[in-house]
Design a protein around this ligand. Structure first.
Ligand SMILES: [Zn+2]
Length: 602
């Protein structure tokens, strides 16, 4: 290296360090200065995503002969003046690269970034097992990924969780086999793919043609909420978050009024381990595996430099009409899309299951706009880490808005506003094709989101417990709340409710104070500006029921998009025991989400 080159490199590194905020655990690019170019299109996008951990190094423009190798790396950032890159790989690979001509590694920076949080991050696995409700039920202690990550149950722990919940809550839980993983399909280990389905089995539907039996206590078909977890094995947080969400909502059935009706009127289908083969490999090696274990390159006569690079990126493999346009056909590339759309066993199992629950055509499109109608049902949440972002269709292009773009944006704003630090809801992201959201929106018409949660692939437990878990549970609960009409309800008023008391004699009146606001959680989006029309209160009959009529109603001449009203309820007609109050407000364009409370009459 000449001294000029050395100076140049120092300057480059200096610039990089200045625009990035280095910490021991990871590196973050400030949004305003992060420019990441898409290597396929050379189009630049401002990203709110953080750089993936661990970050590597900087280098002058690479010689041509290295370019094909670089293309197989996980994430590459370039601009016209300089070249630098980031990968998620093991040290030996990094060492190897650092010796290659043309590369200049910033070793000190890299070493810092590879520091894995250890005991100094004081965290004890008992804190999650003993946290609030877990002291009340006989929760097993599940095996965890490693002593460094005691807050994350491992793959076996996920499967044990499903078994336990099915035994513990037989009227609320069903575990459904949906097909073998790739390795299982070739008799080489692997796992059966499973869905953890949560719903009150004692309610059922009358107008769902696939349901023919059991008692009917509701007049409406239930809303599906699909939650996908663990498509990318190196992302440790999503599978754990999903398990905790399930445990929480089940435990709170009949304890929390909202979680109770949500399980009565919603089917929550959670795929806790969407890529079990890949996850097993990741848990053994912690090498930041992104893909599944289906090694395509064998047939092509070569292998990727790193075994971790083999396999298919399932989140580019879903059968969307633009499959293959914004992904890689190179088998060693992190975003390799597979032989064909839906080529992977895991993808096929998920697609078949989603379409069995919600057959294509069930949600109807408006013939003029192409948008799904406002009575369409269902939400898909695909959880990934890391980042603090919501993304939704179309993922394959920046140039065309999805027909339901306003609806999808309104919903995203309402989820984002409940996170702290606040997640992005601008849908700014590099283009991808064959992802879960484009597929699910196009094929079955659900409101589909990728949520990037957390700050690192291998998130430390303290951050997970104190920040990420709470944020994720909040937005998943909101998604559950609006799954019945996801293109409609998030545009309506949300509510804050307080009761004068939750235990009352029936010769007294109950005071229910309701703050209804179209702008609450709307983040100033246009759908939060309509005038209120009416606030309805129902006792023991959910507003979704076809014959439901409000017991009390406030429709004063509202002149604003928010109001606080009081219901002074006489209770003399009600029997002793627990009663369920449901409240729903409308603006000029329609209803908002249902909120509810229990009241105990003595
Ligand atoms: Zn991911």
């Amino acid at each position: 290296m000449t001294s000029f080159q050395a100076k140049f490199l120092v300057i480059i590194i200096g610039i990089l360090c200045a625009i990035t905020k280095l910490t021991l655990e990871n590196i973050r690019i400030q949004k305003s200065s992060s420019v990441i170019s898409n290597i396929h299109s050379n189009a630049r996008h401002l990203l709110s995503k953080q750089i993936k951990y661990p970050v590597l190094a900087s280098a002058p423009l690479p010689p041509k002969e290295l370019y094909s190798l670089l293309r197989s790396l996980d994430v590459i950032e370039t601009d016209n003046e300089r070249f630098y890159f980031m990968i998620q790989d093991r040290w030996s690979f990094i060492d190897y690269l650092s010796k290659m001509k043309g590369f200049r590694m910033e070793e000190e920076m890299t070493q810092k970034l590879h520091t894995i949080p250890t005991a100094s991050n004081t965290y004890s696995s008992t804190s999650y097992l003993s946290s609030h409700h877990r002291t009340n039920i006989n929760t097993p202690i599940y095996p965890v990924i490693s002593p460094n990550f005691p807050c994350y149950r491992n793959l076996d722990g996920s499967y044990q969780t499903m078994e336990f919940l099915e035994l513990e809550y037989p009227h609320l839980v069903e575990v459904i086999n949906i097909g073998p993983s790739y390795l299982k399909s070739i008799n080489s280990g692997g796992h059966e793919m499973k869905v953890l389905k949560l719903t009150n089995k004692n309610t059922s539907t009358t107008n769902n043609p696939t349901t023919t039996t059991t008692t009917t206590t509701t007049t409406v078909s239930k809303a599906p909420l699909f939650i996908l977890c663990g498509i990318h094995p190196r992302e440790l947080v999503p599978t754990e978050v999903c398990a905790r969400f399930a445990e929480d909502i089940l435990y709170n059935y009949q304890r929390d009024a909202d979680k109770t009706w949500i399980l009565d009127y919603t089917e929550i289908h959670i795929i806790l381990q969407a890529n079990p083969d890949g996850r097993q490999d990741e848990e053994l090696n912690l090498r930041f595996r992104r893909k599944n274990m289906h090694i395509h390159v064998k047939k092509l006569g070569f292998s990727c430099f790193s075994k971790t690079r083999n396999g298919v990126d399932m989140n580019r493999n879903f059968p969307h009409s633009k499959w293959g346009t914004e992904s890689s056909k190179l088998p060693c590339k992190a975003t390799y899309h597979g032989y064909s759309a839906g080529s992977e066993m895991e993808t096929q199992a998920i697609v078949k299951y989603l379409e069995s629950v919600l057959p294509p055509g069930t949600n109807r499109k408006n013939a003029n706009t192409g948008a799904y109608e406002s009575d369409s049902k269902g939400v898909l949440m695909d959880l990934h880490s890391f980042g603090r972002d919501f993304f939704w269709p179309w993922a394959f292009t920046d140039d065309i808005l999805a027909p339901n773009a306003v609806d999808l944006t309104a919903f995203a704003k309402k989820m984002a506003s409940q996170t702290n630090p606040r997640y992005s809801s601008n849908n700014d992201v590099y283009n991808t094709s064959g992802d879960t959201t484009d597929y699910a929106y196009e094929a079955i018409g659900v409101a589909a989101y990728t949520a990037e949660i957390g700050t690192a692939f291998h998130e430390d437990c303290s951050t997970f417990e104190h920040t990420i878990l709470r944020n994720t549970e909040k937005f998943l609960l909101y998604a559950s709340r609006v799954s019945m009409y996801p293109y409609l309800l998030p545009k309506g008023p949300d509510l804050l409710i307080s009761l004068s008391t939750s235990i009352i004699k029936n010769d007294e009146n109950l005071l229910v104070t309701v703050h209804a606001s179209d702008s609450l959680y709307a983040m100033e989006y246009v759908t939060g500006q309509q005038t209120l029309v009416v606030i309805n209160l129902y006792i023991d009959t959910h507003p979704y029921e076809i014959r439901a009529a409000p017991d009390f109603q406030v429709e004063d001449n509202f002149d604003s998009n928010k109001a606080t009203v009081e219901f002074n309820l006489p209770l003399s007609n009600l029997s002793q025991g627990k009663h369920h109050l449901f409240i729903q407000a409308y603006d000029t364009q329609g209803p908002g989400p249902v909120y509810s409370e229990f009241v105990q009459i003595i």
